[in-house]
Structures are given as C-alpha cells and as structure tokens.
Unconditional design. Structure first.
Lengths: 941, 480
C-alpha cells in the first residue's frame, strides 16, 4: 500500500513532498476530500441528505461499505465496481459528483487517484484523528546528536530528512536574544540586555535568559494578550449604544495566572465555573467573568428573550472555539454538516450556559460599567470605609424608624391627613438664583393647644416661626409637616418661609384654641420679598402650580425629612466613593434552573423538545451523575485524560505563538473541515506531555523555546521561502510581522517612553479625532477623550477597546475587533499600515524623544548612529550600513538647514534645544523615525 | 483625471529610485493583488457585468416608507382605527410597542405621480422626484431583524451576528481593484444630520472584512483631520523628506530581503510606495477646487460643509470617476418614534437634493450607466403610530418594521421609472413579489457580473457567501 503519486500535504508544492512514498493515510489523504466535496449532502446532517447515503461512515444502512440492491458504493479492492469512483470520474453532467448545482469544483486528478488507490487498498475507514485521544509515541532517534535531545527536534528533523531537507544553523546570539525577548515578553531587548547575553559564554546562557524572561511580569502580560483575542476581551458592550463594560480585573487576573503559572486545568475551571467552587475565591469569581464577555445589548428596543438567546449562543460559540477548537455554532439550526455534532448536542451544550442569574440586557450607561451580579474588589481599607458609610446609614435608618414610631403613637400625627386645597402664592418680581421669602402674622387671642403646619414649595424651603427654624424640605415639591404646639404663642406670631430660588409656596396650619379648631392657609394676604428687596409687598396668587394638593394628605414630618435627607447624603457619598473601587462581574446560576429546549431552526421563539445538559455524543461521556451536570463538571470533563481535543487545541495555539502558524493551521477548527496537522505526532506528544506535566504552561513554553527547531536561523533563500512560505516544515526559524500591540510597545520601549506599570483600568492613548463621533449615539461615549501624562505610554494590553470602534493603531495591524472569538490573527501587509507607521503622532513623537535622548549621550556621531541602530534592530550595523546612515543623516541635516520653517514646525518640544542644534535634532528625528520603520524592526525573525 | 505635474514627478522620482535599487514593484494594487478568483476575469466575474461600481446610500435608523415612497391613500379613511388582527397576525413587535394598541396612522404628506413613468413620490422629495424615471422603487423589501443593530449588521454583512464580511469587502475580494492609487471600498459617514432624536449608533463591523483578508476592509474617510487615517506627514516632514526617508528605508529593506530571503519585504516596499502615492492621490480626490460652480450647485448649499451628506455625495461621484469599486454613504437620524413629520422633513431635506444632484451628475458624465446607486435603510416603519397626539396631526411616530419597506436602485443596468413589489393596503405585509435583503444583495452582485452562489470564501469549514445558506434570488424583473 503506497501512495500512488506525490501528494501535496497542507498545500506544499510537490517539490517539497516526500522523498519516499508513504502509505495512504485515511485521515490525511481521503477524509478531507470526502468532507469538503461530499458531506454537505452525504454527511452527518440529515436535513439535506440525498439518497440515503453517508460517506462519513462505512457501516449501517447508509454506510458506504454496505452493499445496495444491485450495486456497491464502495467495493473494496474494485474501484471500477464502486459507485463512488464511477460518480467522481463520470464525464456526464447528470452523473458527476459533486454535482454542478453544488458549486463545488470536481475532484482533481490527484484526488481521483487517491480515491482510486484507497478503494483498491480496501476502502477502510479510520476514526477521525482529532476525536481520538492523543497518544505519545516515543519518537525514534535521529542521527544528529544536536537534534536528538528534544522530542520536538527528533520529529521535526526526521520529517525534514524524509524530504531530503536539512535544518538551518542556530541563529546568532543577537537574533536569539531579540527573538526570545519579543516572543516571551512582547518587548525588545535593551542594549544592556543584549550585551549581557553576548558576554555570557556559559553553555547555560540561553536557558538562563529564557528563565529570566519568563520570570518577568511582562511575560504574563504578553501571554494574556493572546488569550484576550480568544475570549474577545474588551471594554464595551459591543451592541446598540456600546456602553462601557468593565473587565479590567479579569485582564489583571489573566496576567497573574500566566505569571504565577496557574495550571491550565484550573485556568479552564476558574473561567468556565469559578462561581461554582465551594466558597469561591475572589480570583475564581473574577475568572468566571469569562462567561460575561459576550456582546450584550442595553435595554431599549430589543426583546429580552431574544437577547437572552443571543447571549447564550455567544457563550456556546466561545466555549466551542476556545476549548474544543470546533465550530459548534454550525449546529444551531441543523446537525453539523461536517462534524458528527447533532443539533441536539448543540442544545445540550446550550443548556450549560442558559441559566445565568442576571438580566440579559444592561441598563443605560451602567454605573462603573458593571452589571449584576458582580463583586467589589475593595481593599481592607476601602472595605472599612464602606462599612463606616453603612453604619452611618443604619444609624440614620434606626432614628428614622424610631421617629416614625413615636409619631404614629401621637394623635397629632394621623395616619392620613385630611385633604386641603391650598391657595399657592408667588411673586412676579422674582429673579432666578435669588431667594424668595413669604411672611404673614397670626394673632391669637387665647392659649394655643396643638398646632401642626404642612407646607410645600417648588424648591427646597425653610419654615421659620417666631424666629425659630421649624424645619425644611430638601427636595422640590416635597410636602413637609411640622409641629408648632410649643412655638405658637398668645398674641402675635410671625410665620415665614424662605426658599433659595423663586418658587410657588403653599402652607396650611391647623391649630386649636380651647375646643375651637382653626386653620390658616397661604393666600394673597401674605407678604413677600425677594433677595434683592428690603421691603415687603403683597404676594400674588400663584398663576399655575405644577403639582396638586394631595401632598397635604401625605406630608412627612420635618424630623423624618431631615433624616431621609441625611440617608440620601450618605448614600451619595458612598456611591461616589465606590466608583473608585474596582468591581468584577462574575457568573452565577439561577434557581430553579431554566429549562433548555431545542430551538426549531435555531429561532429563539420556536422551542422544541426539552433537553438536559450534556456533552456531544461523539466525544467521551461525562461521569454519570444523579443530579444535573454543572459547568464545573463540564470543566472537569474537558481536562479528563481521554479528552481528545482540549490539550491538542491549547498546545497548538501556544505553538502558533512561537512559529506564526499552528501545527494545525486552522487553530479555530479541529473538525473535519480543519486542516490536517503538519506534524501529527508532535502535536500528540506535546499534548500528552502537557497533560502529564499537570497542565504546566510555563514548562510547555520552555520546552518549545529550548528546542533546536525554535532556535534556527530564519534566513533562507527565496526558493526556500517559495517552497514553504509559511514554514510549515520548520526547516528554518519563523519570520513574521509582529502583532499590532508588540509594534506599538516596541516603539515606546525603544524610545524609553514605555510605562511599565502593571494592572488597572484601561487607558486611552491619543487617537485621531472624530472616530467615536462617527459611530456614537449617546452623550456618554460620544467623544474619545485621550488620557494624559504617563498613562498614554502603558503597554497596549491596557488600551481601551471599544468594540464598535477599536483603536485604529491596533485594527490596521490586524488586531480583531473583539466582538467574537479569534484563535489566530491574520497578517496582511497594506499601505494603510505603512501610513500608520509613517505618520501616527505618538509613533513619530517617540522618534523625537529617542533623537533627543541620543544627542544627550556622549560619543562620536558614528557611535551614536550605531547605538540607534542597535536600540531599534538589536543588531550592529556593518560598515556599509553605517555609511548609508551617515549619508542619509547628512542629507536630512542639509535639508533641514535649508528649510528652517520645517524645523520650527517639527514641534514645541524642540524649544529647549539651542537654536544651532535644532536642525541637528530634526535630522536625528528623521533618522530614528526611519529606523523605526524598517522591516528589521517590524518583523520577528 | 490626469495627475498634476508635481504628482507625476513625485511618482516618477520614486519609481526611478526603485529601478536603481532593482526592486520589482510586485504588488501594486491597493492592499495587494487581485483576488485569485479573478486572475483571468474580464469585467464581471461569472457573466458580463452591467455595472462596474456601486454607490450605496445607507439611511441608518430606517426612514419611513409610508411617508416617502409607499403611498397608501386608503389609510386616510382608516386613520385612528386599530390595525385589524388579520393584518398584524400577532407578529413580533419591538419591546416599545409590545402589548400596546396598534392604531393606524396615515401619512400627513402629499404624494403625486412623477415623471413619464408616473412613479408616486412624497412631497418631501421634490428633487429626487425629478429622477423618477431613473429609479426603481422596490416596495416589497423585507428583512429579519427588528432592532437597529442586528438589522444594520444584517444588511451590511448578510448576518445579524458580527464576524461576517461586509458587502463592499465581498466586492473588493471578488472583483479586485480598478485603480492603483485609491482604496477599493470607501465609507463616507455624515458628520451631522437633521433628525436629532434617537440617533442610532454605527459600528466599524458594518464595513469590516470579517473572515475575508484584511485588505478588503472598507476605508472610512474622516470629515475632520486626515480624510484617510494617518495620511498626512507629521509636522516638520514634507514630501521631499518623506521621499528621502522612504529611499533610505527601501534600501535597507532591500538588503534585508537579500539576506533573509523573505519575499514579504518586497510587499512592504511596494506598500510604502502605495502609501506615498496615496499621500498625493487622496488630497487630490478630496480637493474640490476644480469643481465648477454649477456642479457644486447640483448638490445643494450644504456641499460646502465638510462632513455633510451633500459633500459626501459629491465625493462619491469623484470616487466613481476614479473607479473606486464600492462607496458606502451612511446618513443617520432616521429613527422617528415620535415627532416624525418634523424630523423626517429635516432628514429628507438633508438627502433629497444631494442624491438628485448625484444622479444628475453621474448621468451627465456618462457614469450612471455603469454605476449602481442603491438607497436603503435597515428596515421600514410601522403603519401603526407611536406617541400619537390625537389633537395634533404633526405629532406621531412609527416603530421598527422589518416586514416591508421601500428601497430603490438606479443606474447600473436597472430599469428606471419602475415600481416593483407591492404591500397590502396597510403597508404591513408584502402582498406581491417579496424581495428579501438577500435578494437585493444577489441582484446587486448580479449587476456586477457576480453569481452570488459562486462568490465564496472558505471559513470555519463552510463556503461562506454574502447571501448565507438560505436561498437568494436575483430580481430579474427590474433588470433593464
């Protein structure tokens, strides 16, 4: 059984294919053809299935090896007796498969030959590779001592040998220190660090450097960034009004987990189900915020039940992409077309995520960007202060209740006052923002008994009787009642109300003299004056009051009002203080759980049969359990040793970080439509070791960067690039453009501007004007207001990420919008990127700062140029390069000397420099700016 | 239009340098080469194209078809009465009107037949009415989502969920670029508008590439600052210095390419070249000083204001002349849940003369024949009123309505003076010839020579297409 022709595995040119012929591998050679060309109509999904035929299985009534009445789909050993062969080779339009109507291209000659050979060899099926647990096979020794130490190198080396290729030499030390530094921390090495590494001649120098870099906090920041893409970490809702949504504590937790090397199984469990641990820790709760990172709409026009459904779909998709490496969302409306994932499987997964205890939509502009449930991440000191507020509030509430109790026991405070229509008064001479007073006198002939006044105004108002402040209201249109029994006196009484702003005023005073029940109300006989007047004039009947007299039935006592006012003040102070305390949204289950059902055609309002939580049937089953499965069970299931996907998917993504492409190129899809791995044994070996190590991420990273494979030089000849552009065979070190964040961080680091502070709220470095205005609909987030000071030089991981309009410095360089999960970034090379690096104001400013710094150093021009080159590229310029730099600098300088206006417009920062030095500074700015635009700087190599 | 002498020299100098450095220019089209699908294609990908480019006028917020295009005289009689349940059929409404009475509301605006064709249009569109014989109203357009965000995402990318490729990026991917100095897909968003209520948000995903290669991304032109982000040199750097700097960078890069063997370096050099050319071609594009008084006047007085819809219409014409493949204008402020007459008057005024000017101008320059102009909101508005004041006919609003709304097309091989599809007497359901947004997409593609079933991109194991997995149909009857 040998391959009939040379096969282009993962699209390599034929010239790089195997030197020796290899037997047909069903998973590698046959399955992708069947999946791509046939499964749509003859696959796992029965909705569009044609002809009772499934090409994904050999047995059963629909299987390919089961003989039909008078023919065979596949007759082992006899292609020409097999309908499959007949159909894919037919010359007739009505027979050929795939049919024209499918818009699928017919099989290529190579593919037909493979199918033919496969049938000749017996047409045997094998289980799909990614759904079988990974096995470690000790890779055979290779005849190269250097390449024999690591299983990675053995496998890579023997694959190269099979193709008559050999690996590259180890890269030079400068390249290695740069590569390691960028790959492990996302930052370039400082010149001192390069020097130290060059000076370290011990055999352990490389390993020492690796350990040093991995122990830096920047390592965790760098690793967190990749995870952020995967889980769509951002700072806004992403829908409708796109309000702020606070996830910085989750981001900080990510950094810490990578730095503290939290085992990956715990890392998964905390995120999926941190809230379900017994007495969950803060970290576990913060991590469970992973479940809250979906896009979410704010309350308004959407239908909550539809929003709920969309949130769940988003969670299920994230789960599928992040942990399973599968496109589970395809089974939302029908069984998966290519993978054995049924629609029921999908809704069983859905059931794990449809039971969130919180609301499916946020309120308008949620305070602190938090939506319940969340925890406050207060320090002990902050907690103490919050507790003080709470104690004050409790004290006031007790006083309020006691006062109310006393009053209800008193006859003077009926449960319901009688309703009184009160004539309101005002003054037409009022001036805004000046006080208004109303006054009358009340003459009593006998000894007053009980007396209670009720009063109200359109603005807060004080009531004074006989020179005593009786009480006040604190809110507009708040009716108050005050007891005056001990205040009123026989003879003349003065009753006066003072409002801070012009308003209407009403008062009713009930009092007794002996058995007589008497009443005084506001009316045109009252006097009034405004803050600007000394003398009193007659009040006017209020032309219109905007409230009715019902308050007379429900006036609160001034004592209670004062306490209520105090409570309000405490609350206000507390929430103002709370705004300075970070908070983290977490996951929580609702009780009783929401019943999940199938949804017909995936429509939220078309429930079908009820389903229970479970995992897809084609994957290993969960431990049997009496009660309902939880997300914690789901997390445990993911990391069980027989799970075929979790470790492979995780290891592959980490590999991709270091080589630019994963062993499985389609990092987001390990299913039938995904790509066959370039080195299947290597993937499995790494996956098994990863699990056996206790899911030790740092160990995995170290094993990768310690390999000879990783340390190869990336220099090659154009022919080698042509034959393997993506370096899938690993015959050289990988070279690729750095990610957006690393490009920005590098510019800041090289110029010395980088602020290395860890953690905290997201920051807003400057961006071009008008971007937020272009998309915003509300005042809360209409304008992007850049931060100032050192905050704008934080690492890009901390840059504020608005999903509806992410920072252009990032997106132009292929950073995703974080609206959905992304397992691998694309790398394009566009003119807009060139413009960004040429003209972005902060990037150019960094060049200026760097030029100023360089000119402050001592040394010849030649030495300084050499230093500038080393700072940016980590390399030393050779003589020619230095000469070119010198000439260019002269050119720049001459031009600036001839154009003093240009020097002037280069910026106010130059004002400190003496007049004569300015053209020099300008020329150096152009030099550093040029260096920062080099491919040597933009690329990881 | 020929570039100015200075631009010509600039380009020449840079090219000469490149020759000296013996670097092949490699990829010169904006953002890269033509898509592999079209390597050998003549105009049109799958069949001859009727249009080369599209100007898409997107009315974000959803204008009322009942007050602009779909005249329902019967409603005068039914005004104030409840919408019969056999019409509303218990269909989904928004949470704003759920559980509320559905009271029929006639438009207060007058309608009259226009042009030779007698196409009936609202008095709010006096200028556009003069083009009645050029446009084809599609009154039976319908969509899925009932809220702005998903509906806009659906219209622009074919899916309510984010992550798919937008219309313009599909065209860029399928048809490649027609010019080498300008982007292929440009977005022009109005910076102001008259309808000041409920201004709905936009999202960059509406012109994103989703799973398609990033170079097909729509480039949003800005009304303040640089029209294209980061286009201008920093203060203190002029074009000569930029050229000197790029010379140096290209020399070092070329040596780097020699040593490393990495072919991507050549692409970078070519992209820097392109960036340098754009620094001249974009200002030339947005500089309106060469426009005559009379052509400016076509677009109405607001054309003089940067960021106006009128200015953007003029820019769209200039882009059409320079063969930008897909220009998408966004005008916001159409979400009239209350006070519709006031706000709609303003909005209609914003766009009426500019659109009419655009059609006139394109026609005059012979561009309308191969430019497809499309006008659409994300959905329509309800026949029943919101916030109705029975004493004041000026005071009513309308809710979101995905079941039927009016869009229109003009030019690019579409029949003019035609009305296609019908709604019922209430303008609630489609009565005849429904046109799903997917069908509109398919038709647009068809005019550009693309079979919507065949323009695919493999992603997540599926052959992705703009029209998705559901069937879509080209509306053949409206094709001239």
């Amino acid at each position: 059984m040998v391959k009939p022709i040379s096969l282009a595995v993962f699209l390599l040119p034929a010239s790089l294919s195997l030197a020796e012929q290899e037997p047909i591998n069903f998973n590698r050679d046959i399955f992708p053809i069947l999946s791509d060309k046939c499964f749509h109509c003859h696959g796992p999904d029965d909705t569009d299935r044609e002809e009772d035929l499934r090409l994904d299985i050999p047995d059963g009534p629909l299987g390919t090896l089961t003989p039909r009445d008078d023919y065979h789909i596949i007759k082992p050993g006899e292609p020409e007796e097999s309908e499959l062969w007949f159909r894919v080779t037919s010359e007739f339009d009505d027979e050929i498969m795939p049919p024209k109507s499918s818009h699928k291209a017919p099989l290529t000659e190579e593919e037909v030959e493979l199918i033919t050979q496969w049938i000749e060899d017996g047409g045997t099926y094998e289980a799909f590779w990614a759904f079988v647990p990974p096995k470690r096979e000790e890779p055979g020794k290779v005849r190269n001592r250097e390449w024999n130490r690591s299983p990675i190198d053995r496998i890579v080396y023997s694959e190269l040998l099979k193709r008559d290729l050999s690996p590259k030499e180890e890269a030079d030390k400068r390249t290695l220190v740069r590569r390691l530094s960028l790959d492990l921390t996302g930052l370039p090495p400082l010149v001192e660090e390069i020097d130290a590494f060059l000076a370290d001649k011990r055999p352990s120098a490389y390993e020492t450097l690796v350990d040093k870099l991995m122990s830096r906090p920047a390592y965790g920041e760098h690793m967190a960034r990749y995870w952020a893409d995967l889980v769509r970490l951002a700072d806004t809702n992403g829908m409708h009004k796109d309000f702020h949504r606070e996830f910085s504590p989750y981001r900080d937790w990510l950094i810490d987990s990578f730095n503290e090397n939290l085992p990956f199984d715990d890392f998964i469990a905390y995120q999926l189900a941190g809230d379900l641990f017994e007495e969950p820790s803060r970290d576990q709760l913060i991590a469970s915020g992973y479940n809250r990172m979906h896009m979410i709409i704010d309350r308004g026009t959407a239908l909550p039940e539809e929003s709920l459904h969309k949130n769940v779909i988003d969670r299920v998709e994230a789960f599928g992409t992040t942990f399973l490496g599968l496109t589970v969302q395809c089974a939302q409306c029908h069984d998966h077309k290519y993978d054995p994932l049924t629609q029921k499987d999908y809704y069983q997964l859905y059931a794990f995520f449809n039971n969130f205890a919180g609301a499916p939509e946020t309120v308008r502009a949620p305070e602190r960007g938090l939506q319940p449930p969340y925890i406050n991440l207060s320090s002990p000191k902050q907690e103490q202060l919050l507790a003080t507020f709470d104690a004050q509030k409790l004290d006031a509430e007790i006083r309020r209740d006691a006062t109310l109790r006393l009053q209800s026991a008193s006859e003077k405070w009926p449960e319901n006052w009688d309703l009184v229509e009160v004539p309101f008064i005002e003054t037409s001479r009022a001036i805004a923002s000046k006080t208004v007073e109303f006054e009358t006198s009340l003459s009593l002939e006998g000894e007053p008994g009980t007396a209670v006044a009720r009063f109200i105004a359109g603005e807060p108002v004080e009531l004074w009787v006989n020179g005593n402040l009786i009480g006040q209201t604190f809110d507009r249109k708040q009716g108050a009642a005050a007891e005056l029994s001990a205040i009123l006196q026989t003879g003349s009484n003065t009753i006066r109300a003072v409002a801070k702003r012009p308003t209407e005023f009403g008062l009713v005073l009930d009092y007794t003299i002996g058995d007589q029940e008497l009443r005084l109300t506001t009316g045109p006989d009252w006097n009034t004056r405004t803050g600007t007047e000394n003398s009193w004039t007659t009040a006017e009947a209020a032309s219109e009051t905007h409230w009715d007299s019902k308050w007379t039935k429900s006036a609160e006592s001034v004592e209670v009002l004062a306490i209520l006012h105090e409570i309000k003040r405490i609350q206000k102070e507390r929430s103002a203080y709370l705004r300075t305390v970070p908070g983290a949204m977490h996951m929580a289950e609702r009780s009783p759980p929401r019943q999940a059902t199938m949804l017909v055609g995936g429509a939220y309002d078309a429930p079908g049969e009820a389903v229970e939580r479970n995992t897809p049937a084609f994957l290993p089953p969960m431990e049997p359990k009496e009660e309902m499965y939880t997300r914690l069970d789901l997390a445990e299931w993911l990391v069980s040793p027989e799970h075929p996907l979790t470790a492979r998917v995780a290891v592959n993504r980490i590999w991709q970080q270091f080589f630019g492409v994963g062993l499985v190129k389609t990092a987001e899809d390990f299913g039938a439509q995904g790509e066959w791995p370039s080195h299947p044994e290597l993937l499995d070996t790494l996956a098994v070791s990863f699990m056996e190590s206790g899911w030790d991420v740092k160990e995995l990273v170290k094993v990768i960067v310690m390999s000879k494979t990783y340390r190869q030089s990336s220099d090659a000849n154009p022919e080698e690039y042509k034959q393997d552009p993506e370096n899938r065979l690993l015959a050289r070190g990988s070279r690729f453009r750095l990610d957006a964040e690393v490009i920005r961080d590098q510019i800041l680091a090289v110029s010395g501007l980088l602020n290395r502070e860890l953690y905290g709220k997201s920051v807003k470095p400057p961006q071009p004007p008008g971007l937020w205005e272009m998309v915003s609909m509300t005042s809360e987030n209409k304008t992007y207001i850049a931060d100032t000071g050192d905050d704008i030089y934080r690492r890009s991981l901390y840059t504020y990420w608005r999903r509806g309009m992410p920072p252009p410095q990032m997106t132009l360089m292929n950073a995703p919008s974080r609206e959905f999960c992304v397992a691998r970034r694309e790398r394009t090379n566009t003119s807009l990127q060139a413009l960004l690096l040429m003209n972005e104001s902060e990037y150019f400013n960094a060049a200026k700062v760097m030029a100023q710094d360089l000119l402050n150093r001592s040394g010849s021009e030649r030495e300084t140029l050499s230093l500038a080159y080393e700072m940016t590229t980590s390399m030393e310029p050779d003589r020619n390069r230095l000469k070119l730099m010198e000439n260019t600098l002269v050119d720049f300088r001459d031009y600036y000397e001839a154009n003093p206006d240009l020097v002037k417009s280069l910026g106010a920062d130059f004002d400190q420099a003496p007049e004569v030095d300015r053209p020099e500074l300008a020329a150096w700015t152009m030099m550093t700016h040029s260096l920062l635009n080099l491919e040597l700087v933009k690329n990881r190599r | 239009m020929a570039p100015s002498y200075q631009q010509f020299c600039d380009t020449l100098n840079r090219r000469q340098f490149l020759k000296r450095a013996s670097i092949g220019l490699g990829v010169t089209a904006f953002g890269g080469s033509l898509s592999p699908l079209v390597a050998s294609a003549k105009p049109g990908l799958h069949f001859p194209a009727r249009a080369k480019r599209v100007i898409f006028l997107f009315m974000a917020g959803a204008p009322s078809q009942l007050d602009l295009f779909d005249h329902k005289p019967e409603l005068e009689r039914l005004h104030g009465q409840p919408l019969p349940p056999e019409i509303s059929r218990g269909q989904r409404v928004t949470s704003m009107t759920r559980g509320k009475k559905q009271v029929v509301c006639a438009s207060i605006f007058k309608f009259a037949p226009q042009g030779k064709s007698g196409l009936v249009m609202s008095e709010l569109l006096p200028h556009l009415s003069k083009h009645a014989d050029d446009i084809c109203l599609i009154k039976s357009t319908h969509t899925e989502a009932i809220n702005h965000d998903p509906a806009k995402t659906f219209f622009c990318t074919g899916s309510e969920m984010p992550g798919r490729a937008s219309m313009g990026s599909w065209l860029s991917y399928g048809l490649g670029s027609l010019n080498k100095d300008l982007p292929n897909f440009v977005v022009l968003s109005s910076a102001f508008w008259s309808g000041k209520v409920n201004v709905q948000a936009l999202y960059s995903r509406l012109w994103g590439t989703g799973f398609l290669p990033g170079k097909h991304q729509g480039i949003a032109f800005q009304s303040v600052g640089d029209p294209v982000l980061f286009l201008s040199n920093p203060d203190g750097v002029d074009r000569n210095l930029r050229s000197k700097m790029l010379d140096f960078v290209a020399k070092v890069n070329a040596e780097d390419a020699e040593l490393s063997g990495d072919p991507e370096v050549h692409t970078s050099i070519a992209q820097q070249e392109m960036a340098f050319r754009m620094q001249a071609s974009i200002p030339e594009l947005t500089d309106l000083s060469s426009e005559s008084e009379s052509s400016l006047a076509l677009y109405g007085p607001e054309v003089n204001q940067s960021g106006s819809f009128a200015r953007n219409c003029l820019l769209a014409r200039r882009m059409a002349e320079r063969d930008v493949r897909f220009v998408q204008l966004f005008h916001r402020g159409w979400d009239h849940h209350r006070g519709l007459p006031t706000h709609l008057r303003g909005q209609a005024k914003d766009v009426d003369q500019p659109i009419s000017g655009l059609l006139t101008d394109l026609k005059k320059r012979g561009l309308l024949d191969d430019t497809l102009v499309v006008f659409a909101g994300e959905f329509g508005r309800t026949t029943y009123a919101q916030n109705l004041d029975p004493r004041n006919r000026e005071e009513y609003g309308r809710d979101h309505h995905p079941r039927c709304f009016t869009t229109w097309m003009a030019g690019g091989g579409i029949k003019g003076g035609m009305s296609y599809g019908e709604t019922d007497e209430f303008c609630y359901n489609v009565a005849k010839d429904p046109v799903h947004v997917r069908d509109l997409h398919a038709t647009m593609f068809h005019q550009l020579g693309i079979d919507h079933n065949k323009l695919i991109f493999p992603h997540q194991g599926l052959d992705q297409r703009l029209t998705g997995v559901e069937e879509a149909h080209v509306v053949k009857d409206i094709i001239a």
